[in-house]
Design a protein around this ligand. Sequence first.
Ligand SMILES: [Fe+2]
Ligand SMILES: [Fe+2]
Length: 278
Amino acid sequence: MRREMRFVTLVDNSAGLRRGVMAEHGFSAYLEFGGYRLLFDAGQTFAATRNADLLGIDLSGVPIALSHGHYDHTGGLSALLARTGPVPVYAHPEVFASRYSRREGALRQIGIPLDRGDLEEMGAAFDLSRQAREISPGVWLTGEIPRAVDFEAPSEDLVVVSEDGEIEVDPIADDQALILVLKRGLFVILGCAHSGMISTLLHAQRVTGVERILGVAGGTHLGYGGEERLKETIAALRSFEIEILAPSHCTGSAAASALSAQLPDRFIYNCVGTKIVL
Ligand SMILES: [Fe+2]
Ligand SMILES: [Fe+2]
């Protein structure tokens, strides 16, 4: 049978068995869909390029899409662009926003650590949109994701500073997922799922008009959302009849263990080097 899709995790918080691959707090995935190739997110440093080399993946000419502007998804852009050469970079206009995490009263900068002009000089042709769009046949970016369930409220720890110095919760409007429309249903790839995993899946159904969600991979943010959100998410996931559940990155080990225990027939341990071929 001819394969439709190849998904490979290039950057994750955990490293797999392949010798020499590097883990870091971040996310990047390489995709092939028919003849189309795409990088979704860039990781934090040079791990994506190092791991791609070790996994035998040629990055030249591969376009890049970004899930959102956080450093752990965008910091590796300059290293990637050195390999891809000039390529389109699909993202939301707010991907360049200054943003912070707030821990014990202290603010830490967690936005994109690279300058737009520098990235453009390296060959990034930014293609920015707030809307859902099909960047190649059957390959969708969700655009902004409305929060559709009450247990997926924005995190109080992620903030922006307004022009008059007010600290406000960051809605992370630029958060988006990637959707591949396969014959048997949707394969949804999450960056950090700041808008919520369930809200993202509901939006993916709406955007594509396809009901069946075959698989979900990537960062779920369930490691930061608390017990209630995890419980509600697992309950909601049962209703989707997903065959492949490959959470990674900001899912964290406790939430991943819960997902594995509650949905054992669907769960795949997803780390650097994990391949899913459908
Ligand atoms: Fe994030
Ligand atoms: Fe993240």
